[in-house]
Unconditional design. Structure first.
Length: 448
């Protein structure tokens, strides 16, 4: 007897209702990525998100698995992904390119600060050292205050896509102001009054060393043999530069004060990195408006006096460019390169400062100066040519900062969030494991 295979005799496993044109919906890659991102951003379960979109949980689990596999494949590519874009799954064995824009900002920051050192040295004849430190930071704070508001009025990109400082940032930021905005400038001005400008400029390379040592051993930033050798070259160059044959206490006071300033700024750099996702111009504005008056009052209390209007204006201009704009560019680089690497690029500042001192102030070129410069150049070069790649895991986190939708930012947008890129809003990162060349930026703070 034949058995009739009828749909009535089979159990019903799934019932699909077709509406509209009577066809099952076709989900694009962008739609799939958006639904997967909604699992993290909404806080709902996979079943809840699947139910909301008319999917089965198994289907949504499959999409999430496919997305993670695709992300692992494209993690070697330094390409930006538009909002909701599903990564291309073609395998390309190409190392991620370094963030050239961040490197350029760090080098430009170094150039501005390097030129300001001999300029500050020239002003010491007319202004008390501590008073000069206050005027430099006042110039930075007031100048960046005007710049920040002018950019906002014109709708510029410097501040339009940045996040303001949050309450949790204030303890780190206050400590950074104390170390880098008060202690550092005081020691630098005292050191410059006892040290030739060319020597002082090259001694300031030790700021990169102090920054790196604190980043490695106090703030757990990674380093390898190449980076350690580079730091050793920088230290050796500073030692050659400061050697005087028959050192005396009077000869060591100036360099020691500059070394102390480097340590204070190294601590400042590491503390500032903690808040580097916030608006760099706001960071510089507040630091200048706090550190400037404090240094100025200390200088006046210690017996200094205000100079005439022309030196004040010149000190303000030097402070705006050499401290204000330079620091804003430095904070931008910090968030993308990490503290030690940004400090290494910033170590090029003394070379330009030394050249400026020789050209403008007529200071001599000595064999000691050349040897120290070569050692420091080797140290900086080793940092510039570093490559760092290994498997690592991103922990789930939620924060707010300016960003574009690259492979680390695949979150879904709500109607209330700003359109276009770059933009800033609170967003969540899912747990992700992959391997690619990277720097210890604010999305790669994992331990080694």
């Amino acid at each position: 007897m034949d058995t009739v295979d009828s749909a009535i005799t089979k159990p019903v496993r799934r019932l699909e209702v077709f509406t509209g044109a009577g066809r099952r919906r076709r989900w694009s890659d962008e739609d799939k990525a958006g639904v997967v991102a909604e699992i993290e951003t909404s806080g709902d379960s996979v079943s809840g998100v699947a139910r909301r979109h008319g999917l089965s949980p198994q289907q949504l689990f499959g999409w999430r698995r496919q997305l993670r596999e695709a992300q692992a494949i494209v993690s070697r590519d330094d390409e930006r992904l538009p909002i909701g874009r599903w990564p291309k799954t073609s395998v390309r064995h190409k190392c991620i390119r370094m963030n050239h824009r961040a490197i350029l900002l760090a080098l430009l920051s170094a150039a501005l600060f390097g030129v300001s050192t001999p300029a500050a040295k020239a002003l010491l004849g007319a202004i008390d050292p501590v008073v000069l430190a206050g005027l430099l930071y006042c110039g930075a704070g007031l100048g960046v205050t005007v710049l920040r508001r002018a950019v906002r009025l014109r709708g510029g990109k410097l501040t339009g896509f940045e996040t303001p400082l949050a309450p949790d940032d204030l303890p780190w930021f206050a400590a950074a102001i104390l170390a880098g905005g008060v202690v550092g400038p005081l020691l630098l001005m005292l050191g410059l009054s006892r040290t030739e400008a060319a020597s002082a400029s090259l001694l300031l390379t030790l700021e990169g060393v102090a920054t790196a040592l604190l980043a490695w051993f106090a703030f757990n930033e990674n380093f390898d043999r190449r980076i350690a050798i580079g730091m050793a070259c920088l230290v050796a160059g500073a030692a050659v530069l400061s050697w005087s044959g028959q050192p005396s206490l009077a000869e060591l006071l100036g360099p020691a004060a500059i070394v102390g300033a480097c340590i204070a700024w190294g601590l400042d750099n590491n503390l500032t990195r903690k808040v580097s996702l916030a608006d760099p111009l706001q960071i510089v504005e507040l630091k200048g408006l706090v550190a400037g008056p404090v240094n100025l009052l200390i200088g006046l209390w210690a017996g200094g006096s205000l100079p005439s209007l022309a030196p004040i204006a010149l000190a303000g201009a030097v402070g705006f460019l050499g401290y204000g704009v330079s620091l804003a560019l430095f904070v931008h680089a910090l968030r993308h390169l990490g503290t030690a690497r940004t400090g290494a690029y910033f170590s090029t500042a003394p070379f330009l400062g030394a050249i400026t001192a020789v050209l403008l102030l007529g200071e001599p070129i000595t064999l000691q100066l050349i040897a120290a410069g070569l050692l420091m150049a080797i140290g900086v070069g080793l940092h510039l040519t570093e490559q760092h790649e290994h498997g690592h895991e991103h922990s789930p986190t939620t924060h707010s900062h300016a960003h574009v939708h690259d492979k680390h930012h695949l979150h879904q947008h709500h109607s209330s969030e700003p359109p276009g890129e770059p933009h800033a809003h609170e967003h969540s990162h899912v747990r992700m494991s992959h391997a690619h060349p990277h720097m210890p930026d604010m999305h790669h703070t994992h331990r080694h």
